[in-house]
Design a protein around this ligand. Sequence first.
Ligand code: TXE
Length: 480
Amino acid sequence: MEIKNYINGKFTAPASGEYLDNINPSMGKPYGKIPDSDGRDVAMAVSAAKMAFPEWSRTPRNKRGEYLVKIAEGIEAKLDFLAKAESKDNGKPVSLAKSIDIPRAAKNFRFYGTAIMHAHSQSHYMEEGAINYTLKQPIGVAGCISPWNLPLYLFSWKIAPALAAGNTVVAKPSEITPATAFLLSEICKEIGLPPGVLNIVHGLGQKVGQAITEHPEVPVISFTGGTLTGAGIAQTAAPMFKKLSLELGGKNPNIIFADCKFEDMLDTTLRSSFANQGQICLCGSRILVERSIYNRFKEAFVARTRELKVGPPNKEDSDLGAIVSRPHFEKIQSYINLAKEEGGSILTGGKAIKMSGEFKEGYYLEPTIIEGLDQACRTNQEEIFGPVVTLQAFDTEEEALAMANSTRFGLASTVWTQDLSRAHRMGEALHAGIVWVNTWLLRDLRTPFGGVKDSGMGREGGFEALDFFTEPKNICIKYR
Ligand code: TXE
């Protein structure tokens, strides 16, 4: 697949004329090229977005919404093709791309294509004979930078609200998974999105991402990715007083009380532990189990994990596919070695899997369960972002909370209990932006999404995202 930038409605080569290999992780081999863009391409994209902003921001919101709904329809019409492309680029099973990633990308555009029709603001009457009203105005050129784990799903979740709110966009997908972002630009072209409204620049984070972050005419940045990278972006953006949304890493606790509905919990815990090869910022990588059911859970969880099929992503029956890249494959393995050094014991998994035939150079890891580590060790403090979970037992609710809240992260938590009061108490006390009780990854797009502490700042989702991509202005009119 020869990927091009999408700038001012045209598919363009990078100013450098250079291209990077795009690797298929299931085979460990390059299968395409992506533009090795730099600040020059970003400058062209920003000026195209600037040129398009006056017209786009004045376009009636129902018209803007219609464009977004057309993009959603374009994604839905190409579901299978996009799912195959996503699976090939990221390594995730094609079944997952087809059931989660691509449908959700369409939902993101459809949601904001209609939500903008219901966005409203307030007015405040004053007895002195004045009326205040608040305008929520689009900001200008929005910079959207997204990661490799849910490529089109997260890319679209930034672009859709930014466009709906009347901004124009310069967006950068991860250089590790550029394919569906390029296919999205083709859909935008096909549906007649006006040139310059959305611009997509491919390339390395340090070059293209950095250029977007530091560009003086990009006043608002929405980023999802690693905590370290997020901190670097904040350092660049803060002195420029840019509006910033950072969705970063997580080290999420999955807290299982003895009174849980065991089979429901077990089925869901398999998904929350290993879906997308554990490469979802919402995965529950620290499993805390009430001691009285620890052994029962451990046996059942290990047995079910051993039944999971790790295979080529293009096989419908693969439960887990390939890890997204060789560096990440090695990073996860280094954490498995660290866990052993820290005294953990591997209950199942822990090893790379050598596939056969065309997949023998691919990056495959066994789903791995580790016990015997204390909460303070690095394995339980740092984000691994792979098919690796740890088990720990607790005796009391207070102890479970202390363990759950003991990392620098605070993105999501899952709690399994039939005790209603305890569910409310845990929800109230957990350091997290999202708490699921007796479920996981059940998502209502109207809800705020984001984390606390090192999991980032700001919220995506619902009207929060529309507020993020607008500036409120109060106008006070005295008439008496
Ligand atoms: O993210 P990066 P990566 C975590 C996970 C993973 C780690 C790094 O632990 O191992 O983050 O993953 C662009 N200025 N999560 O490498 O490096 C980069 O090109 C501007 C959690 O994917 O943060 C890509 O488009 N942009 C996360 C995007 O930032 C820069 C999901 C993310 O890259 C940049 C993914 C810079 N200096 C990883 N450097 C979640 N919370 O969902 C890189 N980029």
